[in-house]
Structure formats: C-alpha cells, structure tokens
Design a protein around this ligand. Structure first.
Ligand SMILES: [Zn+2]
Length: 461
C-alpha cells in the first residue's frame, strides 16, 4: 500500500482496488472497488478503479484489503482500562462490590490515561465511534467528563459520552458504597452541565453527550424519571444498563413487582431516543415492546460471557425491528477491549442460543455498523458507506497468514482471526495508517496507562 503526498486532515482520500462492503440498505458490496473521501465525507463509492480527483489527494492502493464503515461501539466504560483483571471468576454483583472500592480512588488523571489507552485499542481494532458510559464521580475526583473529551481529541475517535450517575448507595438499598454516589440534584446538575459544555450536534463534530443513570439497582426512581425529562428537554439520547442478570431481575421484582423491562416502560424509558446495554433477560412481550417503541440494545457478548450473565435474544430483537448494536462493555469485564472480535462473538453466541440460523455473517457486521449507528441516532450520518455520509472508515488487511485466500472477505472479518485495521479514518482524518496509531504516541499512551494502574491499585491490591 502506498500513500501519495497531500495535506493530512482535510485532503481528499482515494482508497482503490479494495473489496468494499457498503452496508447500505441493499447490502451492496464490490469485490474490487473504490471509495473517495472529500471534506470529511464520502464523495464516491463504487465498483472498479477510482477516477482520481484533479486536486491534491492521498492515494491508497488497498489491494488485498476490505473497506467497511468504521465500527460503532455502543457501550463502553473507558475508565475501566485501569482496573482489568479483578474479580476474575465472579458474578456481576460480586464483581461490582469488589471494584466499587477501587473506583472510589479514580481521579481525572487516571481516567484520562485509561480512556486514551482504551480509545487507542478501539481505533486499532477498526472502531471509529465509542459511546462511553461514565457513572463514577468520586468526591475530589476532578472533571471526569473533560478527561474523556480530552482523550477523544487526543486520539481522534468520535465520542458519545454518556454522563452517568448513581444516587442510591448502600444506605438506600443500592449496591454501591455511599461515598461513590452523588445526590439526585448533584447528578442532574452535572448531567446538564456536561450537555451545555460538550454536546456538539454537528454531524462532523467529534463529541456528543447522552444522559445515562447507571442502572435501576444503583439509581432512584426519581433520578430515572427526571433524567429522562432532562434528556428530552435537551434533545439528547438516553442510555442505561438493563436486564443484564437474573440477580437484577429478582431485585427489581422484589422492589417494584415489575421486571426491569416493565419498570423501564413504566418510567418512560422505552423509545426511539433510548438504547439499553445488555437486555439479556427479556420476556417475549418485552422484545415486542422494544421493537414497537424502537428501543435500541447494546449487545455485549464477551462481557456477558465473562460474567456468565446469559445470552441476549438478538435474533428475536432483530425480527421485532429493534435497533441492535455491539458493545465492548468496560474492559474490567472484557479484558480484550477490541470491537473487531465482538462480531465473531455475537455470531457464535447467537447460534449457540438459537441454532445455525441465529445470525448471519453479514448481520453480525451490520450490528457493528448500521445497528450501532441506529442505537446512537446516527443512521443519517454514520454506519454505512454512501455518498454524502461522514467518512468514518476501516480498511482491513486480509492478505496475511490469517486470511489469505479466504473465499469471502466479510467472512474473513467476522469468522477469521480478528484482524487489526490497516487504516482507520474518522471524518476523513487518518487515525490509523499502515496499522499504526497516527494521532497519539502509543508508547506514551501505554506508559501513562501503566502509571495510572499502579497509582489506582497500589492500596487496593
Ligand atoms: Zn456496562
């Protein structure tokens, strides 16, 4: 692959001689095609060689590669890069009660180091957009949201920062310790401030904000209801964890006489502006309600496997018409941290649950692209390679030992060894080039992460 000269950030880019999976509504693919990017958007996509533009441009001969839309990660907790490898054989509630005391020591510097490392790993695995659900705001922890936004600008990844919150400590019957929760008013003020300071609705903008009380077992009914009202007043999206484990379902039934999905419905938490993480334990009626209301699901198969939470009804959600995207989830429950491998996990898990028709190879790729874009309300801008859309792209090299000669490039991506991305563009800007991160120095990102892990855990271990 060769790169001709040209300005780096806003120049046109020509990607030529590659297989292209557009993920448009018709599922158009080209065995040998091209993509042209101008001013951060897709200017052309089609079969055969590109007609090169007259002006300055970067030319990539992508022979042996597959071009897809950049992957969209619909659920993450980037700060958890600093706490991998804890509670290795635990249930969700055991895992949480082990980690909460560690997280009380989190500060903005640690979050900055962890989130930069997490975003670097995501970029190298072909991810261009990450929805980061941040719900830990220790007293004296500094500006956590600003730390995340800074990491997005440092690495060049598109960030939907979900301003989380918890107001239900142990003394209120919740799971987290009291010193890790905010009071209801504080949580709402902090959330509104995050929207005011950081939310950028421009399709080419790098940062958006969503509203995300953590989960029904760590948040009061009042905060769930007022958070929904706040989000809708500002026209931003809503996100929370829901129906992840049977422990959660038991607790919700005891406290409210309702399943988590029924409880969410009661509180106005189902709708086209809502996407929910996990949704593993859903009755058939709940699946239908998700479809009718357009409620999205962030499916996190590796995390669900790591914590033994269960197998989400992805086939049924898709058949009901609900948007479904993929999520890494925090790397304290998915130490791998890459999105590429979740395609394979999603397919295997769906077929284990439903049999061989559980999910097709191309549906798995669609979950990670258009499905994720729908969850985040970005289907008009992101998730497919179509003229005029934002140029968030992943170029996968498939001619090495792991994939060479395979009959189908999309099968290589989904079923083969998870490839690292050769090139990644976010809004036309090269974030990964030649398999290397170009926006930040990987050695210093790794060094900062190591120091942050040491500082966070030196007392806790
Ligand atoms: Zn999560």
């Amino acid at each position: 692959m060769t790169a001709a000269t040209g300005p780096r950030q806003t120049a046109s880019v020509v990607i030529d001689n590659a297989a292209v999976a557009t993920l448009d509504a018709a599922g158009t693919e080209h065995a040998r095609g091209h993509v042209i990017v101008t001013d951060g958007r897709i200017a052309a996509v089609g079969a055969g060689p590109a007609v090169r533009p007259a002006g300055p441009h970067t030319y990539l001969d992508a022979t042996g590669c597959l071009v897809t839309p950049g992957l969209v990660n619909t659920h993450h907790h980037l700060y958890q890069w600093a706490t991998r490898g804890f509670a290795r054989d635990a249930t969700l509630f055991e895992w949480l009660t082990t980690l909460y005391p560690v997280w009380t020591r989190l500060d903005a510097e640690i979050t900055a180091a962890a989130s930069a490392a997490g975003m670097a790993r995501l970029a190298l695995t072909g991810c261009t957009t990450v929805a980061d659900h941040h719900y830990v705001f220790p007293t004296d922890g500094g500006d956590q949201i600003a730390a995340l936004v800074d990491s997005s600008r440092r690495t060049g990844l598109r960030l939907h920062v979900v301003r989380g919150s918890m107001d239900r400590g142990r003394s209120q019957g919740g799971l987290p310790p009291d010193n890790l929760v905010e009071d209801t008013e504080q949580a709402l003020v902090g959330t509104e401030e995050a929207i005011r300071i950081h939310h950028d609705p421009d399709p080419l903008g790098l940062v958006r904000v969503a509203v995300g009380p953590c989960s029904p077992f760590s948040v009061s009914r009042e905060l769930m209801e007022r958070a929904a009202e706040l989000a809708r007043r500002h026209g931003v999206r809503l996100h929370t964890h829901l129906a992840e484990t049977l422990d959660e379902e038991r607790q919700c039934l005891e406290e409210n006489g309702r399943t988590p999905a029924q409880y969410a419905d009661d509180l106005g938490w189902l709708g086209e502006d809502v996407w929910l993480a996990h949704a593993v334990h859903l009755a058939d009626e709940a699946v239908q309600r998700f479809g009718e209301t357009g409620t999205g699901v962030a499916h996190c198969p590796s995390s669900n496997g790591r914590l033994g939470s269960g197998l989400a009804p992805v086939r049924h959600l898709l058949d009901a018409g609900a948007p479904v995207g993929l999520g890494v989830d925090g790397v304290a429950s998915n130490e791998s941290g890459g999105l590429g491998e979740e395609l394979r996990q999603a397919l295997l898990v769906a077929r284990l649950r439903e049999g061989p028709r559980g999910l097709t190879v191309r549906e798995a790729l669609r979950l990670a692209t258009m499905g994720g874009a729908r969850c985040l309300g970005r289907q008009a801008d992101l998730g497919s390679i179509e003229h005029g859309k934002v140029a968030d792209l992943a170029v996968w090299r498939l001619d090495g030992l792991g994939h060479a000669g395979i009959a189908d490039p999309v099968a290589a991506l989904v079923l083969g060894p998870a490839p690292l991305a050769e090139h990644v563009f976010v809004g036309g800007r090269p974030v990964v080039a030649g398999g290397e991160l170009r926006t930040a120095d990987l050695d210093s990102v790794t060094r900062d992460l190591r120091a942050a892990c040491r500082r966070l855990t030196e007392v806790s271990r």
